[in-house]
Write a protein that binds this ligand. Structure first.
Ligand SMILES: *Cc1c(COP(=O)(O)O)cnc(C)c1O
Length: 378
């Protein structure tokens, strides 16, 4: 069976992980973590980047930094991974869902403003499949209503919006380095901070509520417990694994984009014939660059998708779908609300299927995937 995903591995991971172990520095914030943080800061022109234990914990930190009060609301799409919503709950806020747009499956920016109440404090956008949300529109709304912007850029590492790296545009950006993402450290993530006024509290939240980071920099004599907090430092072993991939980030990116483009070019005739739908770059974002995180296509309906996935599997190719909209999930019903009409979220989520796409997928395998997709329609 051709796998749906293979965790990225470039080879030098073993060398760097061994180095971390031989240095007897395997807890957090050692040399590899610092190198990774600095790499993102310089490559993405980010004010501050802190590696975390997961994309989820980066989101948790972002929401905690927003300091919500009970009843404060955060607007987000329902078509996303649970973490976007759970982090809002961790931060003490209430998730309010709005509909998505069918071309990118991203939040429909035209639906945000109507969902704003006097309790709204932030907008959490998700750059689905590494395709940018309409950030100019989101920023304009946030400015008008004095809202924070949190970018769930778990899938958007190395993507850009009008020249800016995804994750660096809003107040906070969150990356994931889970093994299913473009760059991995097993489990891990990073928080991007735009305004340096948040740096100190971010370090404290990340270090169990203590000012230990300041202590290590020699800025204070002894460290102490000063605020709420958690443990968001990844091990150096994990950071060493990620460091190997950052050294080859462009190669990984090109490789994924080549597979993505091959799928797109080969399947475009099916889309032109009206048999499937493919992702499109919106006209207002022709200068946006995605990162080949995911290749999705849409079938006619749920029934058609079920048959399609079964057909792919029967032909030895593992295909998957996601997400079940959060507002229809048990916790979504309990803790959240949906504002406006669910015109696309449920309907489009039921038609979407994802093809295998990972670093190192061979041209031969990609050709087999395409041939098998085409066979379904003949
Ligand atoms: C993967 C992902 C997350 C969570 O990242 P983890 O590192 O697994 O915690 C959050 N949001 C989105 C959109 C994701 O794809």
């Amino acid at each position: 069976m051709m796998p749906f995903n293979v965790a990225p591995f470039v080879g030098d991971e073993l060398k760097y992980v061994e180095q971390a172990i031989r240095n007897h520095k395997i807890s957090g914030d050692g040399a590899f973590t610092k190198k990774c943080n600095a790499w993102f800061e310089s490559r993405f022109a980010a004010q501050k980047v802190l590696l975390t234990t997961s994309g989820t914990s980066a989101l948790d930190m972002a929401m905690l930094l927003c300091k919500f009060k009970a009843g404060d609301e955060v607007i987000l799409p329902s078509y996303t991974f649970s973490s976007t919503a759970t982090s809002i709950l961790v931060g003490g806020g209430v998730p309010v869902f709005v509909d998505i747009r069918p071309d990118t499956m991203n939040i429909d920016e035209t639906k945000i403003e109507a969902a704003i109440t006097e309790r709204t404090k932030a907008i959490a956008v998700v750059h689905y499949a590494g395709f940018a949300c309409d950030m100019d529109a989101v920023i304009a709304i946030a400015k008008r209503h004095n809202l924070k912007i949190i970018e769930d850029a778990a899938q958007g590492v190395m993507s850009t919006y009008k020249g800016q790296a995804l994750g660096t545009i809003g107040d906070f950006g969150c990356y994931s380095f889970h093994e299913t993402k473009n760059y991995s450290m097993g489990e891990g993530g990073a928080l991007v901070i735009k305004d340096s006024a948040f740096n100190e509290r971010a370090e404290i939240l990340r270090e169990k509520g203590t000012n230990r980071s300041k202590f290590f920099r020699g800025q204070i004599d002894k460290y102490t417990w000063v605020d709420v907090g958690d443990s968001y430092l990844p091990s150096e072993i994990n950071a060493a694994y990620l460091w190997a991939q950052l050294q080859r980030a462009d190669e990984i990116n090109q490789n994924r984009l080549a597979t993505w483009q091959f799928y797109y070019d080969e399947l475009k005739p099916l889309a032109d014939a009206g048999k499937i739908e493919l992702p499109t770059v919106p006209p207002e974002c022709q200068e946006c660059q995605h990162n080949g995180h995911m290749f999705w296509l849409k079938l006619k309906d749920l029934d058609d998708r079920t048959k399609f996935i079964a057909h792919m599997r029967a032909n030895g190719i593992s295909c998957v779908f996601h997400y079940v909209p959060l507002h229809s999930a048990p916790a979504g019903k309990k803790y959240c609300r949906f504002h406006g009409e669910d015109r696309y979220t449920t309907r489009e989520s039921e038609r979407l299927a994802r093809l295998p796409l990972y670093y190192g997928l061979t041209a031969q395998d990609a050709a087999q995937v395409v041939a098998t997709v085409k066979k379904f329609f003949t």
